[in-house]
Design a protein around this ligand. Structure first.
Ligand SMILES: [Zn+2]
Length: 163
């Protein structure tokens, strides 16, 4: 019997049903971001003044982003009771799909403090950070995240215009 010389293998991706790869990815993700997520929360109820105060600073960043027609997200990074990083969304302004408010705040703090690790800092954002920003925060050793609206509340993110 003649065997076919080429037998295309079924491509194994998470989308095509490789449950093992998906499970491994989830485990890695939880190990990476889990400790940070465990210390993070939606905005504390009114009356918890520090959180509300810094959330207002993040809301100001959101308004700044909206002032140039960007996505309605804002974030600040607070360390030792000072804002050390400011992050209005610059996705539309810079045409950069990764220029999320949280990442902008983290990078701003890293530039200002001239260091990559931001241990002890708290990231305040107007919406729950996306997975990429959670990973960026975990990589930068951000200690806690406090966030406001759900993603739905901020509306559907708009597409980045083509350069
Ligand atoms: Zn993000």
């Amino acid at each position: 019997m003649i065997q076919p010389r080429y037998r295309p293998e079924r491509k194994q991706t998470a989308a095509s049903g490789d449950a093992g790869a998906t499970r491994r990815w989830v485990v890695v993700w939880l190990l990476w971001c889990g400790p940070l997520l465990a210390r993070s929360q939606a905005l504390a109820p009114a009356g918890h003044t520090p959180d509300v105060r810094w959330y207002e600073a993040a809301a100001a960043m959101k308004r700044l982003a909206q002032s140039w027609g960007d996505q309605a997200y804002g974030a600040v990074l607070v360390l030792d009771d000072h804002v050390v990083g400011e992050g209005p969304s610059r996705v539309i302004k810079h045409g950069d799909p990764n220029a999320h408010a949280e990442r902008e705040a983290i990078q701003d703090a890293q530039r200002r403090l001239k260091r990559t690790k931001l241990t002890g800092s708290i990231l305040y954002s107007t919406s729950r950070p996306c997975a990429a920003c959670e990973a960026a925060a975990a990589a930068a050793s951000v200690s806690r995240m406090v966030f406001g609206d759900t993603l739905q509340d901020a509306g559907v993110p708009r597409a980045v215009p083509r350069p």
